[in-house]
Design a protein around this ligand. Structure first.
Ligand code: ZN
Length: 603
């Protein structure tokens, strides 16, 4: 089987793809495009971007009929090779689909390569053609496809083992900067597309020890021949998608460190955390996989209650690796952790939906969040990471420090990841009990399948970390940092109980939190706030305007809902105690210190 990808019309964002194969006798042949891309649990129906699909035997067109949203049926007649030819409209800037303009091309195989039913297991070749128009600077290719015969720019022929492999190597083409590092003999390449002033050597230097920590956890050497980080740098953006031996990332220009900067700024740490996250997926989800993903059925949703382990545990380790590698210190790590705790505690939806349910319903809820999401759902990433933390500390406590979550991950790797066996539902919970040497069923019943918060304050205290909760200082307070005002002063802030956003100079309600002042007053998402007690509301000054009030005081709010001017009485409430600070305790005994060092510093 041979696929060929041409930059057909960059101005119209069209790739032209063909798929040629022999050995197909007469009869009906079904070909389809995936409805979703592994790693992103939302039906996207990639076939909707396909134009002018045709099938040919030699020069002769074959009858084609679309039989469902993603499937074509070709009536094959005669002898010889069959060619399927179509165009794909590619103008999705995210890491999940395909993009083409006059500067660059990018695609995931799920957007471009049709699957011929019955031939999923066959190896295939992929031919990448350079754009026909002459550019001042030639385009280059970055991909982890195995090269067969390529030119100095990377255009030419590549190989994939089967359809699953064919759709797991995204391709970037255009002009990009790059840097690299080597880890236990495995080359790691980083390419950056888009304008930026980042210090790439520095990034490679900081990322290498983080990747080394992950590899060490799983036994030393990553199970890959090469690895590729592909980053698209934009003005404002964030995201990533994991693949078997590469990852596609989007970051903001300001996330990258400038030459000469020595500090690791918060934005840069976010970028390193993203790289760390996707790299951990090389083991956890790309090789240790839920049974429901083996094989992937890309024609329908693959449902599992285990995403807390694949995304939550990965999120836990993505922040832990920088401190274990020595890139950041313990206090800095605790700031990140406190921010995760704050994010989780601020979502009332965690009392409504368990993390296991959030995983199962990811397709219709987590990936399709609406204005009520904070009241209705919980993130299997964020609360999943807290369950992973609680589990790690519990295993350490129960085994007197002899075992930890690291041991659970290594067992999952040995028993499921390495041999390529899918993890059955519930098996990770059972295995956690085996590693801890005690019954953890009640733990998972309460925190994973139930909606209770894991007892983090109590657990962290045993590891020499003090957890404090306080009200937020301002809407910008994400937690993690010590407040500049006393808890009493913070408790005097009037709380509106809604998240607001500025839209073209107007202040609009984005979310109304259940049980809040805004909820009681009858405010709704989308409301445009106009005046508070007769004074005009200006977005930049609203927070200050609000602080003329105290909890328990009332005011009149005027607003537009759609185009109707409405007036509401509102009684402000005390701010919720939903902001977390974590502190390293200084006065601790040797046992506690050893426990903490083993956890955070891996000593
Ligand atoms: Zn992830």
């Amino acid at each position: 089987m041979r696929y060929r990808v041409e930059v057909y019309d960059a101005g119209a964002h069209l790739f032209r793809v063909s798929c040629t194969f022999s050995g197909s006798g007469a009869g009906a042949l079904r070909v389809s495009l995936p409805t979703w891309i592994p790693g992103s649990y939302l039906k996207r129906d990639f076939a909707r971007h396909v134009l002018r699909f045709e099938a040919l035997r030699g020069e002769r067109p074959l009858p084609v009929e679309k039989v469902d949203n993603s499937t074509w049926q070709v009536e094959v007649e005669g002898e010889g090779e069959v060619t399927l030819r179509y165009e794909v409209y590619a103008f999705d800037r995210s890491v999940r689909a395909a993009y083409l303009d006059t500067r660059r091309g990018y695609f995931n195989g799920t957007s471009l390569f049709v699957c011929v039913e019955g031939r999923e297991a066959e190896a295939c070749e992929i031919e990448l053609l350079p754009p026909a128009t002459v550019d001042l600077q030639p385009w280059r290719v970055a991909t982890t496809f195995e090269a067969v015969e390529v030119d100095e720019y990377g255009f030419g022929t590549y190989r994939a083992k089967d359809y699953d492999d064919l759709i797991d190597h995204p391709v970037e083409m255009g002009q990009f900067d790059e840097c690299s590092f080597e880890l236990e003999g495995v080359p790691h390449r980083m390419v950056f597309t888009g304008r930026h002033h980042g210090d790439l050597e520095r990034i490679a230097r900081d990322l290498e020890p983080i990747c080394a920590v992950h590899a060490r956890l799983f036994g030393g050497v990553a199970p890959i021949e090469r690895y590729l980080f592909m980053t698209l740098v934009v003005g404002d953006g964030y995201g990533g998608l994991e693949h078997r031996d590469s990852t596609s990332l989007i970051c903001s220009r300001s996330d990258l460190p400038l030459k000469g900067e020595e500090e690791i700024g918060d934005d840069y740490l976010t970028y390193l955390g993203l790289c760390s996250h996707e790299y951990f997926h090389t083991w956890n989800v790309k090789r240790i996989k839920p049974e429901a993903f083996l094989p992937y059925d890309l024609s329908r949703e693959a449902l599992t209650r285990q995403l807390w382990a694949f995304e939550g545990i990965t999120s836990y380790y993505d922040d832990l690796a920088p401190v274990r590698s020595g890139i950041i210190d313990e206090a800095r790590y605790l700031r990140l952790l406190a921010q995760t705790i704050t994010r989780v505690v601020r979502g009332k939806g965690r009392h409504r939906q368990s993390v296991a349910e959030s995983s199962f319903d990811a397709w219709t809820k987590f990936y399709r969040q609406d204005e009520n999401a904070p009241n209705a759902i919980v993130s299997y990433y964020a609360k999943g990471a807290l369950i992973a933390l609680a589990l790690d500390l519990t295993i350490r406590r129960e085994t007197g420090g002899a075992r930890s979550l690291d041991d659970l991950m290594r067992r999952l790797w040995k028993e499921y990841g390495e041999p390529g066996i899918g993890v059955p539902e519930g098996r990770i919970e059972e295995m956690a009990g085996e590693v801890a040497g005690c019954d953890l069923a009640p733990f998972f019943a309460r925190y994973l399948h139930g909606t209770e918060d894991p007892p983090l304050a109590e657990l962290l205290a045993e590891f020499g970390v003090e957890l404090k909760m306080r009200p937020a200082e301002s809407p910008a307070d994400k937690g993690g940092k010590a407040a500049t005002r006393s808890p009493e002063a913070l408790a005097r802030r009037a709380d509106l109980g809604a998240r607001t956003v500025e839209e073209t100079g107007r202040l609009k309600i984005a979310n109304v939190f259940e049980g809040s002042a805004a909820h009681a007053a009858g405010l709704a998402p989308g409301d445009e706030l106009v005046a508070l007690d007769g004074l005009k509301i200006v977005p930049a000054r609203f927070e200050r305007q609000l602080q003329a009030y105290r909890p328990g005081q009332s005011a009149t709010l005027q607003l537009f809902r759609d185009d109707e001017l409405l007036e509401f009485g509102i009684t402000f409430q005390s701010p919720p105690v939903d902001t977390c600070e974590l502190h390293l305790k200084e006065e601790i005994d040797d046992t506690t210190r050893r426990r903490r060092d083993a956890w955070l510093l891996w000593k």
